[in-house]
Write a protein that binds this ligand. Structure first.
Ligand code: 5AD
Ligand code: SF4
Length: 460
């Protein structure tokens, strides 16, 4: 029999994209085939997200399609991996399409689990029974560390770019958030392993590395006498030849290490002037109910400080609207904060109660769906005006862009006689730039003159 081929579908955040890339590499190394075409796959793996109910519903509907597909392809194996696998565990087998359930901490076992499951044709469950055990988290994560160091070099999703995880999990327990329950406690990777990985990526032609952590600015690793923070990683990685841009996401609005990180950003020409630092709300009452340990004023002070050290830093944020108890007055405070913060862009989410979180247990989801929707639209409109103003500043200017590839609309303006296509890339400050050029530019830097702007996109 030829080697079984695997199709991986990824939902959710950059962490999940990275996990899928790691799994792809590991499966390839273990002799599996990988395919982009779900129809020809022997195995479909769905890497899932639990952060909002909507993300889980999309996965369930995908599983519905696979159930039908299995009627014509009884040998097809379906695996649910990632956050939803950890959250729901065995319950996922109630869905008859599901053969394999594997949590984020068990992804190093996937090649073996799949090989066994294919041979024995049995349902397979691999999740952490207790997500927060008493054992030292470093010891629990040895397998993950070995896995992470070994793979993830050749299966990047965008040419010339790679994600590198600096830490697993989260210790913050914001009251609405499921992440600490599904991804476990914070564990920082050893700096030597991270730097070695970036070096290998640079050797393989990677130009931009994005360091990933749920609260990336709290990265901290003690080895012997010295404690390393994210600023140390940024400074050391800046010395690696071939790496031209370094980004890091997501920052938690806390004092700890932020000064050092911003100083490292100002000092190194390679660290991009981009800060993704979610506020979640502009109301101190809601922030307290969310267990976010800062006030709106403190948040704005952090932004002032960031802009004092790195004057042109672009800031992105996240907000949750319709959190339990969010009155019109509290929502207005969020609008006020958004105006003052002058974000480049914001991600706005409607509150979605997550089973097991403190907000879900203690607070009633008492903001009606239509109010959440209206607030979402209203806040987006406020941000759109700010983004529009900021983007207009780019008119007539030339920007440096790392090209990702064809734009989403490239197929619409296909001119067969031209070798140029509509491409998309991003600037160091994470602005999206759409322009025409040869596809050979994918993974390369390009200079683009901006001729038109919209709130979220620069055109050149
Ligand atoms: N409901 C809505 N949005 C959420 N987020 C996290 N948990 C929830 C939830 N229960 C949002 C936060 C976070 C982003 C990744 O997702 O804004 O920053
Ligand atoms: Fe979730 Fe808060 Fe941790 Fe972010 S910092 S992953 S919102 S618990």
């Amino acid at each position: 029999m030829s080697s079984p081929s695997v199709y991986i579908k990824t939902y959710g955040c950059q962490m999940n994209k990275l996990d899928s890339a790691l799994v792809t590499s590991a499966l390839r190394a273990a002799g599996f085939g990988l395919t982009d075409n779900a129809k020809e796959a022997d195995v479909v793996l769905i890497n899932t997200c639990s952060v909002r109910d909507h993300a889980e519903q999309r996965v369930l509907s995908h599983l519905g399609h696979l159930k039908h597909l299995k009627k014509t392809r009884p040998g097809l194996m379906v695996g649910v991996i990632g956050c939803m696998a950890q959250r729901l565990g065995e319950k996922l087998f109630q869905h008859e399409a599901v053969d394999l359930v594997c949590g984020p901490a068990q992804i190093p076992q996937i090649p073996q689990l799949l090989a066994d499951a294919l041979q024995e044709k049995k349902k397979t469950l691999a999740i952490k029974q207790k997500i927060r055990q008493t054992k030292k988290p470093e010891d629990q994560n040895l397998a993950l560390e070995q896995f992470e160091s070994a793979y993830g070099i050749e299966d990047r999703q965008l040419p010339g770019q790679a994600y590198v995880r600096v830490m697993h999990g989260c210790n913050r327990f914001c009251s609405y958030c499921v992440v600490p329950y599904v991804r476990g406690p914070e564990v920082c990777r050893p700096p030597a392993a991270i730097i070695e990985q970036i070096r290998k990526l640079a050797d393989a032609g990677v130009k931009q590395v994005t360091l990933l952590g749920q609260t990336v600015n709290s990265y901290k690793y003690t080895a012997g006498e010295k404690t390393y923070c994210l600023a140390d990683l940024l400074a050391t990685a800046s010395n690696i030849a071939g790496i031209e841009w370094l980004k890091f996401v997501t920052s938690y609005p806390a004092e700890e290490f932020l000064d050092e990180i911003l100083q490292a950003t100002a000092d190194s020409p390679k660290v991009c002037h981009y800060l993704h630092m979610p506020a979640q709300s502009g109301s101190d009452k809601i922030l307290r109910a969310m267990s976010r340990h800062y006030t709106a004023a403190q948040y704005l002070e952090l932004l002032d400080k960031a802009r004092a050290i790195v004057p042109d830093i672009a800031v992105a944020g996240d907000f949750i609207v319709g959190f339990p108890g969010e009155t019109e007055e509290y929502f207005q405070a969020t609008i006020d904060l958004t105006r003052k913060a002058k974000y480049k862009n914001c991600f706005i989410f409607k509150y979605s109660p997550r089973p097991g979180t403190r907000a879900d247990k203690k607070l009633q989801d008492n903001i009606p769906a239509e109010v959440k929707k209206r607030r979402n639209i209203e806040l987006l409109a406020v941000q759109e005006r700010i983004s529009d103003e900021l983007s207009r500043d780019f008119l007539g200017r030339q920007v440096k862009v790392l090209v990702e590839g064809l734009s989403k609309k490239a197929h619409l303006n296909l001119d067969q006689s031209s070798s140029e296509r509509q491409l998309v890339g991003r600037t160091a400050e994470d602005w999206i730039v759409v322009f025409n050029g040869p596809i050979s530019l994918a993974g390369q830097f390009a200079k683009v003159k901006i001729t038109k702007t919209s709130p979220l996109t620069l055109f050149g």
